[in-house]
Ligand binder design. Structure first.
Ligand code: NAP
Length: 315
């Protein structure tokens, strides 16, 4: 059975894939173009795609009956795949939930702490040789312990962030989701507007869908308190990036911590120019252990398909 893995994965995953499948890989670390996706749908039995590979509707147009019957996505977010278009052509889609949860929650904590405590700015000052020594009023940031944190999207990752904030930092947790949650410690559900207005720290943890596109827009940003910080570990387009830049430039709130960008990997020069913004290059799941676990999970879905078993992680 033919398997295409769209980007080089850790060695252990590649070796396991080569043992089980007739494996093709790409030399590029760049996303697959629509043309590449279309060709692969015609030639492969299974594809393991990942972030940015162009499996939206145009990839499925013109492929009458795809040879490929499974897109076993490497990653929990699959907004680069049009699941309905895939399904209409008989192509199933799976993802890698769970494997990414803790690592992504850890990056949310990194961004909360770095942004609240101005760590990026401080590091730049030290590296530039501009630090004049400790001073009582030097670089005062936001104290994190005991603050109110609003988590927008209280699924696997949102709850892992809530747990860290509540159990590790004594924070009060507000959240927005489509349904009630009981993670085993006190959390309070709010309408998003109310959560934004009440929180000291806001963390975005929703999937990118048509409903969540620009859910944080200029109007929503007006709800934030002036001392608040906003963190995004979800997907770039859940925040209107242009509106975010305007609000940050106007210093309407204290700062932002971003792991993801609306037009990734393009990071606007305006964001780079602002000291009260922490910018990470989509590091959410980037540890060897986690990338191996994600790869093995994607592969388990591919093997289940090859053996005619139920897919473990359908979306
Ligand atoms: P999940 O378990 O499916 O949780 C998603 C949460 O968002 C759920 O609580 C859901 O509410 C809520 N939600 C969905 N649509 C909503 C809407 N329209 N309004 C309000 N809430 C909504 O997903 P997850 O595993 O936590 O992952 C979340 C996202 O994180 C992924 O989709 C991915 O894009 C992103 N991610 C980023 C990185 C990174 O490297 N930065 C890594 C992994 C994942 P209900 O529970 O009520 O349905």
């Amino acid at each position: 059975m033919r398997l295409l893995i769209s980007r080089a994965l850790p060695d252990r995953v590649m070796a396991a894939a080569a043992e089980r499948f007739e494996l093709s890989t790409r030399d590029l670390d760049a996303p697959m173009s629509v043309e590449e996706c279309r060709a692969a749908l015609g030639e492969q039995d299974v594809i393991i795609p990942t972030l940015g590979d162009a499996f939206r509707a145009p990839a499925f147009e013109g492929v009458e009956t795809p040879r490929c019957k499974l897109l076993a996505n490497f990653g929990v977010g699959y907004n680069h795949i049009d699941v309905a278009a895939a399904r209409a052509k008989g192509v199933a889609v799976t993802n890698t939930p769970g494997a990414v949860t803790d690592a992504t929650a850890d990056i949310a904590m990194t961004l909360i702490l770095m942004t609240a405590r101005r760590a990026g700015e401080g590091e730049r000052i030290v590296r530039k040789g501009e630090w004049g020594g400790w001073a009582p009023t030097q670089m005062l940031g936001l104290h994190v312990t005991g603050k109110t944190v609003a988590i927008i999207g209280m699924g696997r990752i949102g709850q892992a962030i809530a747990r860290r904030c509540h159990l590790g930092f004594d924070c009060r947790i507000l959240y927005t989701a489509r349904s009630d949650k009981d993670p085993g410690f006190p959390v309070e559900r709010r309408e998003m507007k109310d959560a934004l207005a009440e929180a000291d720290i806001v963390v975005m943890a929703v999937p990118a869908t048509p409903e969540t596109h620009h859910m944080i827009d200029a109007e929503a940003l007006k709800s934030l308190q002036s001392h608040a910080i906003l963190v995004n570990i979800a997907r770039g387009d859940v925040i209107d990036e242009a509106a975010l830049i305007d609000a940050l430039q106007a210093k309407r709130f204290a700062g932002a911590g971003l792991d993801v960008y609306e037009f990734e990997p393009k990071v606007p020069a305006e964001l780079i120019a602002m000291e009260h913004v922490t910018l990470l290059p989509h590091l959410g799941t980037s540890t060897l252990e986690v990338r191996e676990a994600m790869g093995m999970m994607a592969l388990e879905n591919a093997i289940a398909f090859a053996e005619g078993r139920d897919l473990p992680n359908p979306v």
